[in-house]
Design a binder for this molecule. Structure first.
Ligand SMILES: C[S@@+](CC[C@H](N)C(=O)[O-])C[C@H]1O[C@@H](n2cnc3c(N)ncnc32)[C@H](O)[C@@H]1O
Length: 219
């Protein structure tokens, strides 16, 4: 029997949410303050933030990178999974988002373990390399650059390090084969998946979360 890919039964989602309580008061406050500040509501889902914390915990991460901070919702979850001496470098293009995130990290009591970098990720990443190699890299910014973010991760993760990419289904667009009408985001996402899946540099999979969470271990 070919079992299904994921499960979209809302009853099961509710039951798992009630059992695992992935959003505590700290994360709820971040989500609500970000909305009040007018930030787009595009942070990871509560259970996806728990996925991130657990992935980081099981990888024994000391040095993590996040591309796309927004209000710090996923960032707080990543820091929660770090080793006690661990650090998160998180990159954000929008100054206002970075300011809201700074407040989130302060309220969560994790500011000392977070280095916020403000600017275009593709401009910032080359200089960040000198802090590597890294144990974990979470990609969650502009989809048009996913392939280039993976290039950076492949070069800067240690063997055994983990790359995770959110929105791996590209909001359903991944169903369409690439063609002359494909968007730049679709081209980048296909290139991202092809490298993760077939280059031999990673052992990778896609967890069938609502958005699709691609996860690869660097070999
Ligand atoms: C989906 S949100 C990140 C959500 C966050 N990871 C969370 O779950 O809490 C994407 C963020 O990436 C930022 N972003 C988009 N393009 C960027 C770029 N080229 N460099 C750095 N940040 C970028 C956006 O401003 C936005 O805040």
């Amino acid at each position: 029997m070919n079992k299904s890919f994921g499960n979209d039964d809302p009853g099961l989602e509710r039951a798992i949410g009630e059992l695992y309580q992935p959003e505590d008061d700290v994360l709820r406050e971040i989500r609500e303050r970000a909305r009040t500040a007018g930030l787009p509501e595009i942070q990871v889902a509560a259970l996806d933030s728990r996925h991130l914390e657990v992935l980081v915990r099981l990888t024994g991460v000391r040095k993590a990178v996040e591309i796309g901070t927004l209000a710090g919702y996923s960032g707080v979850s990543i820091v929660r999974g770090l080793q006690p001496d661990g650090v998160l470098y998180t990159l954000e293009y929008e100054k206002k988002h970075a300011e809201v995130a700074a407040e989130s990290f302060r309220r969560a009591g994790v500011s000392a373990r977070v280095r916020q970098l403000v600017g275009s990720a593709l401009d910032l990443l080359p200089a960040l390399s000198k802090e590597g190699p890294f144990d974990f890299c979470f990609i969650d910014a502009d989809k048009e650059s996913y392939d280039r973010y993976l290039d950076w991760a492949a070069a800067n993760l240690r063997p055994g390090g983990v790359v995770a990419g959110d929105n791996a289904f590209l909001f359903g667009e991944l169903k369409e084969p690439l063609g002359s009408g494909s968007s730049p985001a679709a081209r980048a996402m296909y290139a991202f998946h092809r490298r993760l899946a077939t280059s031999g540099e990673f052992r990778a999979t896609v967890l069938p979360t609502g958005e699709g969470l691609a996860v690869g271990v660097k070999l």
